[in-house]
Design a protein around this ligand. Sequence first.
Ligand SMILES: *Cc1c(COP(=O)(O)O)cnc(C)c1O
Length: 458
Amino acid sequence: MQTKTIIEPFKIKSVEPIRFTTKEEREKILKEAGFNPFLIHADDVLIDLLTDSGTSAMSSKQWAGIMDGDESYAGSRSFYRFEEAVNKITHMKYIIPTHQGRAAEKILFSIIGRSGKYFPNNTHFDTTRANIEFTGAEAVDLLNETGKHPEIRADFKGNMDVEKLATFIKEKGAENIPLCMITVTNNSGGGQPVSMQNIKETSEVCKKYNIPLFIDACRFAENAYFIKKREKGYTDKSLLEIAQEMFSYADGATMSAKKDGLANIGGFLAMNDTDLAMKCRNLLIVTEGFPTYGGLAGRDLEAIAQGLQEVLDEHYLQYRIRSVEYLGEKLVSAGVPIIEPPGGHAIYIDAKRFLPNIPSEKFPGQSIVCALYIEGGIRAVEIGSVMFGKYDKNGKLIPPPMELVRLAIPRRVYTQSHIDYVLEIILEVFKNRESLKGYKITYEAPMLRHFTARFEGI
Ligand SMILES: *Cc1c(COP(=O)(O)O)cnc(C)c1O
């Protein structure tokens, strides 16, 4: 039993001041940003929980790696260190660096996607979906049923619905499914983990139909920690061993090193198929760069190689998962509706239950996001009808199954008192929830509209 406080397993060597603003200033700032926090100047944000992507604090060893990076165009020493670090975890034959996760997706789906093709996943992340749809192919989410219910507590709510996957393959024909993905942890579905059993069963279905399985591995280490804590038979395994087993069931992976790479930029594609790897490398040269740097500087490759080693440290992951869980526990005990249990990298407020009087067409998630900024300078992101809503033929909104607000916790950046402050602000907004209003969109781009959309209060 854990009796002592789980502390930040690091001390702070370098600090970065954050800027305080008044509520009146924030009201003006948000209005000028079209009520879209993506369009706010980061200096005007006090606690930035927009994303855990690329926002990690690097370690002193990573910064040392930055200095030590080899900037040779071809055959850089830093590439070989990077390749070795990725290979140690994934055991994949071909490791292709890219400037971020979506660049890996773009390359992969440009080669294998086109209209008439289908790509199943537990839940596609927004860039993955966009990269698939851009080729004319269809991105399909086959999340298990418990994952769709924010209020149900279960250990592995990120799991793929394996039966649905098998039915889906029979229905669409294996020849129309160039690849199946599984996202660990399931970012868009609440950062919920996927069990080893589920990865294995998914891979068995894929093997049966000769469909390659790729892991969207952005948070593989956090997923490995949940497996260790929650799944039978893994308590005594090391996190590296668990990660290795996860990848052993896959034929390839896409990864954003901006998450569990503990780096500020970077990503990779990994795979075992020689022919596909050759095609990917050829496209990489056109869009990213030579295969030993792929859109990154040698120093970035060093930082990622070191980050991949640090991220599997048990003390780090224990602190990481606990700090998210701590915020979640306090919110739940105050009656704030969130996805339960909390996921690995973020707290997801259930906006439908938080604001039952604001329908999806009036974007309840956006309303909470705006209130958190005005009340406390906290920046969160809507993951609901703004991010994933579609329109039918008559221009009526087709909302996604959930209306969520994500508070993503950057890695190694904020301390417990920052988290306590965030809690106070959420509780304040929750207390005054009846005074919140809905929003309407006044501008939107044709794809990934949430990044640039503008709103007006109604
Ligand atoms: C962040 C993310 C991506 C895309 O990675 P970028 O580095 O932001 O391009 C893909 N999938 C998941 C699950 C992610 O969280």
